[in-house]
Design a protein around this ligand. Structure first.
Ligand code: C2O
Length: 477
């Protein structure tokens, strides 16, 4: 069997909204939605395997792995089996023989940061309802708003050369046992994965009443979910291509963890990360931008920051003065360092690789998902517009999965959420520009919809709920 090629949805859509591949996907989704809920191939059963509020849950529901080094392999397996199921319906309907799950590359071309037209169109060419349009998204996204380049940036993730780490932020996530939800997002999972979820979904409300993409228990019901994850899966491959010590774990604990799935006949099957390391040899699919030879990637576009990562226990630099609350206008906190720590910090800021400096936003509590993202800045000058403040920009704070951690679903047992940012580059840049005082660091949170629509004029924003941040820390390793 020839290797299936997963294609860029925007390239497919260049031939028109209803290119044969998008139309075949729409028809298959409709068929799967019409199957009885108990059929493992049904749209609702497949989505429930990712996450659901439906009770009692089947034992193989709520299986998605988040905040863990199983995030990437689990989602690779999940969309692989979904693709096989969808394909069986495409085949039955006489759709394209080489149909495969497309990917949504929202990062590389600003013109592709909007939802592809087939996912916004109310009807199919025959006038019937389009199952790819989900009205439980940010209304602005359904009317063609674009994700911002900060929402879709892969820079932080791709420059992190370590797949996993017991504590600090790595590309693939914290080393855990199998877990539905946990603190310890991998770099790619946090940015852009979580951010795209929140920006597309908007504010989720209880039991999937709205904001599906922002809530892991509802997200996989939205057909765009699988194109988002096809892209995340592709980025895992592009990360490996960058080389320079990037590699997958060789730890048998990671390699041999078994996860359950269903095949296109509804038969039960299982897979382990070891089974999915090579998409071509193991799973018979490739991406249309997979390099033909290794030589083709000799010049990586992204240069790793700060040199190789060392796995050492993080050391404290400074702590925030106390808890803070983020409201509709965001917020700011100042971290004060003791003189002796400040001296060490100054040396770090001027230092050379391989030291990395991290910003921790932790003990995050919310009563509900706030439906907003925050852009984070260090020492943002009063008069500087956030849009122009790239030199001060750290990353985004997102809330995908927060309700899970908060409500203690999936074993995290109500542990509040934490996000970690590698701020090595920002600190060194500010230090060089003389805009850095190690004794006093200000962290600023500016609300964002994640899209190019200003949050103040965005009908999809509502009133963002308050976010409580227990502590902000800076560490280095
Ligand atoms: Cu398991 Cu993008 O989510």
């Amino acid at each position: 069997m020839a290797t299936l090629i997963r294609r860029d949805i925007w390239a497919l859509e260049a031939s028109g909204t209803w290119d044969p591949y998008s139309l075949a996907y729409a028809s298959a989704v409709r068929e799967m939605q019409a199957l009885p809920d108990a059929d493992p191939r049904s749209w609702s059963y497949q989505a429930a395997m990712h996450g659901t509020y439906v009770t009692p849950a089947q034992t193989d529901w709520n299986g998605c792995q988040h905040g863990s080094w199983f995030f990437l392999p689990w989602h690779r397996m999940y969309i692989y089996w979904l693709e096989r199921i969808v394909k069986s319906f495409v085949d039955k309907a006489g759709g394209p023989a080489d149909w495969s799950l497309p990917y949504w590359n929202y990062t590389d071309d600003p013109a592709h940061a909007s939802l592809p037209p087939a996912f916004r169109e109310p009807t199919l060419p025959d006038g019937s309802v389009n199952p790819l349009l989900n009205t439980n998204r940010r209304s602005t996204m359904n009317s063609g708003a674009a994700l911002t380049s900060r929402t879709t940036s892969t820079q932080a993730a791709m420059s992190n050369a370590l797949f996993s780490d017991p504590v600090q932020i790595s590309f693939g996530g914290v080393e855990t046992g199998p877990i539905h939800f946990n603190n310890g997002f991998g770099g790619l999972e946090d940015q852009p994965h979580n951010q795209v979820h929140d920006a597309v979904g908007g504010k989720p409300t209880r039991n999937c009443a709205d904001g599906w993409m922002s809530d892991p228990n509802c997200a996989a019901q939205d057909p765009i979910f699988y194109l988002h994850h096809s892209n995340i899966d592709r980025l895992w491959k592009r990360w490996l291509d960058l080389g320079q010590s990037r590699s997958n774990p060789t730890n048998p604990v990671w390699l041999n963890q078994v996860f359950p799935f269903y095949d296109e006949n509804g038969g039960q099957t299982t897979m382990t990360p070891a089974d999915v390391l090579d998409t071509v040899k193991n799973l018979n699919y490739a991406y249309d931008d997979d390099p033909v030879t290794v030589a083709a990637v000799a010049a990586p576009r992204i240069v790793p920051t700060g040199g190789p990562r060392r796995v050492v226990k993080p050391r404290e630099v400074s702590a925030s003065t106390g808890p803070m609350t983020l409201g509709p206008d965001g917020g700011a906190a100042t971290l004060l360092a003791a003189p002796e720590t400040a001296a060490a910090f100054e040396a770090l800021a001027a230092g050379e690789p391989p030291v990395h400096i991290y910003l921790h936003i932790q003990d995050i509590h919310v009563a509900e998902h706030p439906g907003v993202l925050y852009e984070l800045f260090l020492n943002l000058p009063e008069k500087m517009s956030p849009a122009e403040a790239d030199d001060h920009y750290v990353g985004m704070l997102n809330f995908f999965g927060l309700s899970h951690a908060h409500h203690g679903m999936g074993g995290a047992d109500a542990s509040p959420m934490e996000h970690i940012y590698d701020i090595t580059d920002v600190v060194r840049r500010l230090s060089k520009a003389g805009a850095w005082d190690p004794k006093e660091v200000t962290v600023k949170f500016i609300p964002s919809s994640g899209t190019d629509v200003d949050p103040g004029n965005d009908p999809s924003m509502g009133k963002p709920a308050e976010v409580h941040v227990g502590q902000i820390r800076i560490t280095y390793d």
